[in-house]
Design a protein around this ligand. Structure first.
Ligand code: SAH
Length: 415
């Protein structure tokens, strides 16, 4: 470390307290000493003067792959804005690992601003980084007035991204990508449904496949916000990992295209009695709540995105980038990418073996076994990254139920 950088970091200690240097991916990073911010054994990164969560490293690893895939397919000279940077970890990793041309880092907190400046110096990339200390919406509004737009805008807040979506849509280039995190899972998973209605203007649902509904609500929210600016959205890559939901979407200009996007809006119908679920492409109003399978009424979630959550060719490219990034190889990421790859070609809305066992009143069967049996029947079936007990299939619910019962019956006979 040069004497100048060392001096900068030493001066920061008076503002930020104890600092430590770590490595994440290919970058070096100065962060607050997290050992000082714990409750019992649990880390409380939000108590630190600048936020950094080591538990979300896998999500950042994956996102560096997604950004590189975008760069490879659409624009090798992509410029990116990491709108809520904290330490600058994302932006700096996209610059060094995903090889975007330039990044803009920003945080409203002055301590974060100082720290990300030091981190840019530490990685010797300061000539390709612009750093701001402004409210995120103010920054984007100033830049768009100066006709400075971005190929990629990454919105990674704690909690909901809703306050930043509007400005980001107006500032992203035609054909650019918005990458959006949501960690406000209680509203999106239907645990605090009134908060979901307030923030996303959508009904969430607390059920066995809520994770997929949550991603679809977030996607649908962005779609509706985009439509008023005559922008269309095209999902490239989505996932849910621990307490993080993340969507990467392409944004394209044009009223006709925006109308096409709105055709991918609709609702989830779910029958709590028999387990039937479907997506209805009806927006803004859903016409029937009747369950097509039993005399009950379905519960409704939405409005939400009913189209695909992935572009399977984009997912292919992400996997290709992963193969070449040997330093990121680990079991968790490999499994996640393999599962998402299959899932990107699957029908929507997963089932869970736990829920099937509850409805049928039998013991839980292994999702692996069930997927195998569905495939043996010539049907499509795969696991889902949303839930370890989940699977997706084009089989009718009657067929799924028959197979569950036959597995349970077979076990009983064998016993
Ligand atoms: N992207 C980071 C985490 C960011 S945490 C990572 O991957 O580690 C969210 C950050 O947003 C915090 O540092 C907070 O100071 C900043 N922030 C919150 N509201 C903001 C606003 N209105 N404008 C700019 N920054 C904001």
């Amino acid at each position: 470390m040069g004497a100048y950088v060392k001096n900068v970091i030493d001066n920061l200690r008076s503002v930020l307290g104890e600092l430590v240097e770590i490595r994440e991916g290919l970058i070096r990073l100065i962060i607050p000493n997290l050992a000082k911010y714990t409750q019992g054994k649990r880390l409380e990164p939000r108590w630190a003067p600048v936020f950094y969560n080591p538990l979300t490293t896998t999500s950042r690893d994956l996102d560096t792959l997604v950004v590189e895939a975008y760069r490879n397919i659409y624009n090798p000279k992509a410029r990116l804005c990491d709108l809520l940077s904290a330490t600058g970890v994302r932006g700096l990793r996209y610059l060094v690992e995903s090889r975007v041309e330039r990044v803009t880092l920003n945080d409203v907190d002055e301590r974060a601003y100082k720290l990300m400046k030091a981190n840019a110096l530490l990685n010797e990339v300061e000539d390709r980084v612009a750093i701001y200390n402004l409210d995120a919406n103010l920054l984007l509004n100033i830049l768009v007035r100066k006709r400075q737009r971005f190929d990629i805008i990454d919105i990674d807040p704690f909690g909901t991204p809703v306050p930043f979506i509007d400005s980001a849509l107006r500032t992203v280039k035609d054909g650019g990508m918005l990458s959006v995190t949501a960690t406000d899972l209680a509203p999106l998973l239907g645990v605090k449904s009134s908060a979901c209605l307030r923030k996303y203007q959508a009904l969430s649902m607390n059920t066995s496949f809520s994770r997929e509904i949550a991603v679809r609500i977030l996607m649908g929210y962005v779609c509706r916000q985009a439509a008023k600016y005559e922008l269309a959205i095209i999902p490239a890559f989505s996932y849910s990992l621990s307490h993080v939901i993340r969507i990467h979407i392409l944004v394209k200009r044009g009223a006709t295209r925006a109308n096409e996007s709105l055709k991918r809006m609709g609702y989830v119908r779910y029958c709590r009695n028999c387990g039937y679920r479907d997506l209805v492409e009806e927006y803004p109003i859903v016409s029937s709540k009747a369950c097509p399978r039993c005399p009950h009424e379905t519960s409704i979630a939405g409005p939400l995105w009913v189209g695909s959550l992935w572009d399977s060719e984009f997912v292919d490219e992400v996997r290709q980038v992963y193969r070449e990034r040997v330093y990121l190889h680990n079991k968790c990421l490999s499994n996640l990418l393999r599962t998402i790859y299959r899932e990107s070609r699957a029908p929507p809305l997963y089932y869970s073996t736990k829920e099937l066992s509850r409805i049928l009143g039998v013991r839980e069967v292994s999702p692996k076994e069930l997927v195998k049996r569905l495939r043996n029947r010539g049907l499509f079936a795969c696991r889902t990254h949303f839930d370890t007990k989940g699977f997706k299939t084009n089989a009718a619910l009657d067929t799924i139920n028959d197979l569950v019962l036959s597995i349970v019956e077979g076990d009983r006979r064998a016993a």
